[in-house]
Design a protein around this ligand. Structure first.
Ligand code: SAH
Length: 359
């Protein structure tokens, strides 16, 4: 049964389901819950990739510190403000500022960026800046940031340790950091990559169970895309791969099974049709994501001169569909699948309303 309280063995069976008729049932159940709980509006988040500097050594990500061939940039406040204004002019309610884990982005500088966006626009502010100290998260929340995205990437702790080495031994893990975000009153976002070498169906089913237990407001799931400039993507770590039948594949259908099951266990969450899904499936990725449980899209507003350098993984060609982001094209695309662009901030809890003087 496709119920919100479905058990982990059932979740795993659905993740492995190949029968076209059963899959149609899965898509229909997810789409019906999406429609019932979050409606036909698709919320647009203007994405600004504000820096590609990074201190981390994540084995999957092109921004990793060891990637010496990648030219680095950090946007200036005025450039960020320009992109935020473009997001607002397009009629979108939220700006997402994402970056590598860059301590050149200081607590005070980021506080100023958030304050100015809150003062000069009507946008909700979402951050995705990695594993920052709690004091930074606190200051940015007080400055008016309403939401924070921090995927836990996989619930398999052993695999996670191999692909996401800690900066310092014993540092708080991403689960603890997501709890901090919730305590600080952020809408908290988590999520995982799908098809990481070494990721089993059982681990993926556990990810979904955790989405339910953690009461996440936003859940981003997208396919892992091999980046040849990284240890995980260049073949060096191929020994991690599991035998056929156990290793999760990073394809469109598996990604959609994840989106659909995520919607079923967390019917009122905000779930994006991710850029990674659009990248591996340029023709149908975004549409299928939206038809099988997703209700959010993140059009990219990063200036063209920086976009090439924000290189998490290759082939981010799916973005072309939305670049430059044209409200008309998006509205037309959504109308073709019976949906429309969302109005307002599009939060799950509208937490920004309780930040005094910042809304
Ligand atoms: N530094 C921040 C935000 C940037 S990375 C952070 O780590 O949270 C944003 C997301 O991109 C990551 O959480 C990861 O899930 C995804 N990502 C990174 N490399 C990827 C790859 N090779 N394939 C697919 N997704 C990737």
């Amino acid at each position: 049964m496709l119920a919100t309280d479905m058990q982990i063995d059932e979740i795993e069976a659905w993740l492995r389901q190949d029968d076209p008729q059963r899959l149609t049932e899965l898509w229909r159940a997810a789409d019906a819950l999406r429609s019932e709980y979050v409606g036909d509006e698709v919320h647009m988040r203007g994405l600004i990739e504000i820096s590609n500097h990074c201190v981390r050594s994540c084995a999957y990500c092109g921004l990793r510190a060891e990637n010496a061939g990648l030219p680095r940039y950090r946007m200036k406040i005025e450039e960020i403000l320009d992109c935020a204004r473009q997001t607002e002019e397009a009629g979108f309610g939220t700006v997402v500022m994402q970056a590598g884990e860059d301590y050149g982005i200081t607590r005070s500088w980021m506080t100023e960026v958030i304050r100015r966006i809150k003062r000069e626009t009507s946008l909700a502010v979402t951050l995705s800046l990695g594993e920052r100290p709690r004091e930074d998260l606190e200051a940015w929340r007080e400055a008016g940031a309403a939401r924070y995205l921090l995927r836990f990437e996989t619930s398999d702790a052993k695999l996670y340790a191999k692909i996401h080495p800690p900066l310092e031994p014993g540092e708080p893990d991403r689960f603890e950091r997501i709890r901090w975000l919730q305590e600080l009153g952020y809408e908290a976002g988590g999520g995982v990559m799908i098809g990481i070498p070494g990721q089993s169906y059982a681990a993926l089913a556990r990810d979904i169970e955790l989405f339910r237990e953690m009461d996440l407001d936003m859940i981003g799931v997208g396919p892992y895309v091999a980046n040849p400039d990284t240890p995980l993507g260049c073949g060096k770590m191929d020994a991690l791969k599991l035998p056929d039948g156990e290793q999760v594949s990073a394809d469109e259908t598996t990604s959609c099974r994840m989106i659909a099951l995520t919607r079923i266990v967390r019917p009122d969450a905000n779930i994006p049709a991710t850029s990674a899904l659009a990248a591996i499936s340029t023709q149908t990725g975004r549409r299928h994501g939206l038809e099988r449980g997703a209700n959010v899209v993140m059009p990219n507003f990063t200036p063209a001169k920086y976009r090439e350098m924000y290189h998490l993984y290759p082939g981010e060609t799916g973005r072309r569909v939305f670049t430059p982001p044209s409200r008309e094209d998006l509205a037309e695309f959504l109308a073709s699948i019976g949906r429309r662009i969302g109005e307002g901030h599009g939060g799950r809890r509208q937490v920004q309303a309780d930040v005094s003087g910042c809304a």
